[in-house]
Design a protein around this ligand. Structure first.
Ligand code: PAF
Length: 252
């Protein structure tokens, strides 16, 4: 596994004739890798000749500086998890990836304003901008995204269509703990009690007859609810517990 922290070195390697013309599968992440990321890497491994993983805690998608500071950074453990699954890892510095000082950005102006976008202003500008930069750097045939971030997945797909990007966006099912909680890098910030109660979140999303009933039941169970909404056969939700924000979605 080759690890690149300098984009210029990665770009030279990507352009070199030794790279050949393999099908490249790409898994973009912000690190703090867990079994959900492992599943994305394993799928990329199975479907492509070569797998590229990016690890970059993207500052432009955090609307809350405290959240950015508290985001776990675990590069050594991440590289260990990726060993044998990724061929190349790019872990660039923000100064290099944002040499334009975020002067150029991708804005979607319809779907991005709802749900997550309504609660985290500017979040999806940051996500789409960094994903476009990374796709251009990696030039993958396929890029892998988890269904847990349902709205992100729709927006990345929409961007690929809107800009005619030569990449297939592959959606991968959410990986869950045995009690149903979706895997997330944020789960490690929950207290033991919060972790136990967090499993009620997907359970209530699934069991409630309507989105309004789910929001009410979540509040009664001690969650602070940002939103619950039904759309396109999916129920989306975002809640806070223990000061940790969790998002999830279930098929209706
Ligand atoms: O889903 C994530 O981890 C991030 O939003 C992504 C796609 C890596 C962009 O920073």
């Amino acid at each position: 596994m080759h690890v690149f922290t300098q984009l210029s070195a990665w770009q030279a390697a990507r352009a070199a004739s030794e790279f050949g013309n393999p099908s490249v599968g790409f898994v973009p992440t912000m690190g703090a890798l867990h079994a959900g990321h492992r599943a994305l890497l394993a799928r990329a491994r199975a479907e492509n000749d070569c797998v590229v993983l990016s690890i970059f805690v993207n500052p432009t998608q955090f609307d809350d500086p405290t959240d950015l500071d508290r985001y776990p950074r675990t590069l050594a453990a991440d590289l260990e998890l990726a060993e044998g699954l990724a061929d190349y890892v790019i872990a660039p510095a923000a100064a290099e990836l944002y040499a334009d000082k975020y002067g150029y950005r991708v804005t979607e102006s319809i779907l991005s304003l709802r749900w997550e976008g309504a609660h985290r202003p500017g979040h999806f500008d940051g996500v789409l901008t960094v994903v476009l930069k990374l796709l251009n750097l990696v030039q993958p045939r396929r890029a892998y995204f988890g269904e847990k971030d349902w709205q992100q997945l729709q927006l990345v797909r929409g961007m690929a269509r809107a800009y005619f990007l030569p990449v297939e966006i592959v959606a991968c099912p959410t990986i869950r703990e045995p009690d149903g909680l979706a895997l997330s890098s944020r789960n490690r910030r929950l207290t033991a009690e919060g972790r136990t109660r967090a499993a009620d979140f997907p359970r209530i999303l699934r069991a409630a007859p309507t989105a309004v009933a789910a929001a009410t039941a979540l509040q009664s169970a001690g969650f602070s609810v940002d939103y619950v909404d039904d759309t396109d056969g999916v129920r989306l939700g975002a809640v806070r517990i223990d000061g940790v924000r969790l998002i999830d979605n279930v098929r209706l």
